[in-house]
Design a protein around this ligand. Structure first.
Ligand SMILES: NC(=O)c1ccc[n+]([C@@H]2O[C@H](COP(=O)([O-])OP(=O)(O)OC[C@H]3O[C@@H](n4cnc5c(N)ncnc54)[C@H](OP(=O)(O)O)[C@@H]3O)[C@@H](O)[C@H]2O)c1
Length: 346
């Protein structure tokens, strides 16, 4: 293996994307060195480039979703071997960003990929799944019992689950987790073109996201037939919280993808809880739920209980990422995860 590799750099805050070379990193204790066969794009990278959030050290290698092959093991790694196919949680620190040909991953947030799943599909899993799972099942967020453990499986039979943003990557994983939890009905908003696919994941009803709030509320009320809605998940920005809060029963929880819940958001939901999430399965606060999730991923994917997002491959390896992020910024990506193959970078 060469000591140098290709990586995609964000040159400076609000800067451009440029492919350059950098050293292949060496795994430390508990880490894997992974040859990245596929990496997925997220709204996170759009936010970092356009809004200048989260990253201060430039040039920066971003990307938090990857799948590939284990090339080397750091000290103390017992559960993986060189040659294993893995999906990994990356992070926006240069050695661990996934927009490069080789990256480091923490073994505790890596999972072996079963044979029924391709690298491209596996790359769609880490951030979307962790965000949905932590928002709904981590004690720091909504805190429901996780359905990948016996105590949570089927636990909410007969209770409704309402999701605004069913076709987002996070939403697609949330629908599947809600199904494993036994929720019924599972009501999601999306563009009508995504309805047939969301039904295959477990949504019982898909409502047109373009409907006026009053029409959506009345349809949701009819579908839940008077059973209190104790959990609503919001994966998209709505003009206000009025609709999701009106759907919720008193004392219910509005789980959101927002990393920070400020006083204004709390005040918009009197008598109800608003929960946020930080979608990493490996922070001090999230690691108990996060590591338990990662241990379950191979089984959930192999059994088909969890399906990865549908993927769209972008050409030109790492060079294709800039155009993909632009499409996402313009809202031109619907119900699929954009994926590139860094080894195809010329
Ligand atoms: N806090 C965290 O750690 C964390 C982690 C991950 C993601 N996030 C955030 O979570 C959100 C979702 O991320 P993602 O990667 O899952 O998104 P994504 O896959 O890029 O979402 C694209 C989808 O959004 C849907 N959408 C847009 N506006 C909508 C609306 N008003 N109602 C219903 N659906 C709407 C579209 O659905 P249709 O095609 O059906 O129209 C589209 O398919 C983003 O804001 C992201 O920044 C936060």
């Amino acid at each position: 293996m060469s000591a140098q590799q290709k990586a995609l750099f964000l040159t400076k805050k609000h800067g451009d994307w440029e492919v350059g070379t950098t050293e292949v990193p060496t795994p430390g204790p508990g880490q894997l060195l992974v040859k990245v066969e596929a990496t997925a794009l997220n709204p996170l990278e759009v936010g970092i480039q356009v809004r200048g959030i989260l990253v201060e050290d430039y040039p920066a290698i971003l990307g938090v979703d990857a799948a590939g092959t284990v090339e080397a093991l750091g000290e103390g790694v017992a559960d993986f071997a060189v040659g294993d196919r893995v999906l990994i949680e990356g992070s926006f620190i240069n050695g661990k960003g996934t927009f490069q040909q080789y990256t480091l991953a923490e073994a505790v947030v890596s999972a072996k990929i079963p044979n029924n799943i391709t690298f491209d599909q596996a790359a769609s899993v880490p951030l979307g799944l962790a965000t949905a799972a932590l928002a709904l099942f981590d004690q720091g967020s909504a805190g429901l019992p996780p359905p990948w453990e016996e105590s949570g499986k089927g636990r909410f039979a007969g209770k409704p689950f309402v999701l605004f943003g069913g076709a987002t990557s996070v939403g697609q994983y949330a629908i599947q987790l809600a199904k494993l939890s036994g929720f019924s009905p599972i009501i999601a908003t999306a563009s009508p073109s995504n309805a047939p696919y969301l039904h295959t994941l477990g949504a019982t009803h898909v409502l047109d996201r373009a409907l006026a709030p009053d029409a959506l509320l009345s349809q949701i009320t009819q579908l839940t037939s008077g059973v209190p809605v104790e959990i609503v998940f919001l994966t998209v920005q709505l003009p206000s919280l009025e609709l999701p809060v009106s759907v919720l029963a008193p004392g219910g929880t509005l789980a959101t993808v927002w990393p920070v819940i400020d006083d204004a958001k709390r005040a918009a939901a009197p008598g109800k809880k608003v929960a946020g999430v930080y979608g990493s399965a490996n922070t001090k606060a999230t690691r108990e739920t996060g590591h338990s999730l990662y241990r379950s991923i191979p089984r959930l994917l192999a059994s088909g209980e969890l399906k990865p997002n549908r993927v769209e491959n972008l050409a030109d390896g790492l060079k294709g990422i800039a155009a993909g992020l632009k499409k996402m910024e313009k809202g031109e990506v619907s119900g699929v995860k954009l994926v590139v193959r860094p080894q195809e970078t010329l």
